[in-house]
Design a protein around this ligand. Structure first.
Ligand SMILES: NC(=O)c1ccc[n+]([C@@H]2O[C@H](COP(=O)([O-])OP(=O)(O)OC[C@H]3O[C@@H](n4cnc5c(N)ncnc54)[C@H](O)[C@@H]3O)[C@@H](O)[C@H]2O)c1
Length: 252
């Protein structure tokens, strides 16, 4: 079979649910070998079982540096190369929250998973990718990176940091001629367990749907196909860019 990412070895963090699961499935379907990682063992194993071949699960807490060292070493040991990294694992935190009553503990937990996890992923993936001649990193940011998010203060701050850091990695790798690209994806409201925390009632769901000019919620696959493009060689000239996938929300 020849697919759009045939022969590539790709790590997808947070692959045990939602966007990560759909991304792992789409990448494997297009010929990649996918290493699904998640802090949730059962979710990760279920993703791998659903894919049924060309995927395996490694347990990982993306906020821990020793976990990144172990995961990347394991991938190099078993596959001999690393071509793609999808920094997808993330949390949304308490909803609705307000910065005036957010605790420092909540704030730090958010940044430790959503920002430090992405930093560590880039830091440890780049040397492995270089040894194979290059690669592509995709960081899951959010529409929250572009606007104020009064009901999700630390989440918005974390996604703004991911958007900016993506460009730092992209430019540094480009100037050093590493042949490693780094781009961010900015989903709108995607129907996953995470977004479900904002839509616990029918009224809440209708309210979230009404935010979207196209009048429907996104599906995890809508994001997965964007990741597929950025991991594939079709996007060989794309780095430091922001791919918005949101049914039109950012356009108004
Ligand atoms: N769903 C949306 O509307 C939406 C919108 C914008 C951005 N995003 C982003 O997309 C990404 C995926 O979101 P989703 O909606 O699929 O969420 P989800 O909650 O369905 O899945 C997230 C996965 O990440 C895992 N995870 C959490 N903390 C982890 C850690 N420390 N180490 C490893 N794994 C960890 C969870 O166990 C879970 O399996 C997140 O970064 C999220 O912020 C989602």
């Amino acid at each position: 079979m020849t697919g759009r990412v045939t022969g590539k070895v790709v790590i997808v963090t947070g692959g045990g649910s939602g966007i990560g699961r759909a991304t792992a499935t789409v990448l494997a379907g297009e010929g990649a070998t996918v290493v699904v990682t998640d802090i949730n063992r059962n979710g990760g194993l279920e993703t791998v079982q659903r894919i049924g071949g060309r995927a395996r699960f490694v347990e990982q807490d993306t906020s821990k540096e020793e976990d990144w060292q172990r995961v990347v070493a394991d991938v190099m040991d078993k596959h001999g190369r690393l071509d793609g990294l999808v920094n997808n694992a993330g949390i949304m935190g308490r909803y609705p929250a307000r910065f005036e009553n957010e605790t420092l503990e909540e704030w730090r937990r958010m940044l430790s998973i959503n920002v430090e996890g992405v930093f560590l992923g880039c830091k440890h993936a780049v040397p492995a990718m270089r040894s194979g001649g290059g690669g592509s990193i995709v960081n899951l940011s959010s529409l929250a990176a572009f606007v104020g998010t009064p009901e999700l203060p630390s989440y918005g701050a974390s996604k703004g940091a991911v958007r900016q850091f993506t460009k730092t990695v992209a430019i540094d790798c480009a100037r050093k001629r590493y042949n490693i690209r780094c781009n961010s994806i900015h989903p709108g409201v995607i129907d996953t367990p995470m977004a479900g925390e904002m839509m616990t009632t029918e009224k809440g769901r209708a309210r979230a749907t009404a935010w979207v000019p196209m009048g429907v919620l996104g599906k995890p696959e809508d994001i997965a196909y964007g990741v597929l493009y950025l991991i594939s060689d079709e996007s060989r000239f794309v780095t430091g860019s922001e791919l918005v996938i949101d049914g039109g929300m950012a356009a108004i």
